[in-house]
Design a protein. Structure first.
Length: 354
């Protein structure tokens, strides 16, 4: 809880507006109330007002300080529909279809963020990842000069010896099924930027494999070796103060004693091996499986998936997320929003597509 407590304190100094499209979900309503009661800003629930109030009453959750918007009754529906029609003009979509799409909370919430009526969006909780990402990619789109959109799960453990005082950043666990070398490097750099922003500590990024420093020969291991070198070059080029190393097995990445056995020091100290606070996976299979196992087997607090590289801050929360997990994710993207132009220069300066 040390990490997320520090995030809450940062956001209390710069409160933000966070939109929750799944506004009728009990855990979303609870998280929205926690967001307001912790003085983090204004939570915005989307959905039928009567239904939201009924569920909140059943949960004994007061809605003071929580905004409720029903997209189909909103005065912004027509404006949003025309904006969506503009964004999708190459698909041949017409205004009636655009209006039907924008009346859905996910699309309406994405448009709120795109038009700066909210600072970040907490999507998911009830839908599949593909359903969530579609409106985000269509409406919010990618930040300028960002070639790869990916995701990051942040785990907070009771054991302070893991990662950075108990915090590990894991990527990509949600978006790219089989990233190539260039994409792995981009994922590594973007995750390191987020880790530095939230922790204010030097990111130590381990690119994982079933092999450590050539202990096995396989194209996947070679990919992670090459991606580690490329990520370091990319980080150096933008002045990002971070260390990248790979390929490393998971135990060699986070356990100093194992790293010392598997990687001879040869007269120098390794900056990442045994001390990693960021773990990069070779594909979505390993990232998704590992992040869920770590979360549930260790009872770690899990915040994410934080989407990296979009033009505005966004989260795709798991259907298994608790209200506390959702609160943490909302606080993280709220803190992101306070300095989003530093993370992504030029982001949010104009409506996507203009």
């Amino acid at each position: 809880m040390r990490f997320i407590s520090s995030i809450l304190e940062k956001l209390q100094r710069h409160p933000k507006r966070i939109v929750f499209p799944a506004g009728t979900e009990p855990k979303i309503i609870q998280a929205a109330r926690l967001f307001y009661s912790n003085r983090l800003g204004v939570p915005i629930l989307l959905g039928d007002r009567t239904q939201i109030k009924k569920i909140a009453a059943e949960l004994n959750v007061p809605l003071e300080g929580v905004r409720i918007i029903n997209p189909i009754e909103s005065e912004d529906l027509e404006i949003f529909a025309r904006r969506y029609e503009f964004l999708m003009k190459n698909t041949g979509i017409k205004l009636p279809e655009a209006r039907a799409a924008i009346s859905k909370p996910l699309y309406f919430g994405a448009m709120m963020v795109a038009l700066h009526q909210a600072d970040a969006i907490i999507a998911g909780g009830v839908e599949s990842t593909s359903t969530i990402l579609r409106p985000l990619f269509q409406i919010i789109r990618t930040a300028p000069n960002v070639p790869t959109v990916s995701s990051c799960m942040i785990l907070e453990f009771e054991n302070p010896n893991i990662g950075e005082n108990g915090v590990l950043f894991l990527a990509d666990c949600d978006v790219i099924p089989d990233p190539n070398t260039e994409q792995i490097a981009d994922i590594s750099v973007e995750t390191a930027k987020l880790a530095l922003h939230l922790l204010n500590k030097r990111p130590r990024v381990a690119l994982l494999s079933f092999s450590t420093k050539g202990s096995a020969s396989h194209p996947t291991a070679v990919k992670m070796q090459a991606a580690a070198a490329l990520a370091q070059q990319k980080a150096n080029a933008i002045g990002l103060d971070a260390d990248f190393d790979g390929e490393l097995q998971a135990d060699a990445a986070i356990v100093p004693e194992i790293a010392a056995k598997k990687i001879p020091l040869t007269g120098k100290t390794h900056s990442v091996a045994g001390r990693a606070n960021v773990l990069i996976f070779p594909d979505l299979n390993s990232g998704s499986i590992s992040s869920r196992l770590l979360q549930h087997v260790t009872c770690a607090h899990a915040y994410g998936q934080i989407l990296l590289g979009l033009d505005r801050p966004a989260v795709d929360i798991s259907r298994g997320a608790t209200a506390h997990d959702i609160l943490g994710a909302a606080a993280i993207v709220g803190v992101q929003a306070t300095a989003y132009n530093k993370l992504y220069p030029g982001a949010g300066q104009k409506f996507p597509g203009e």
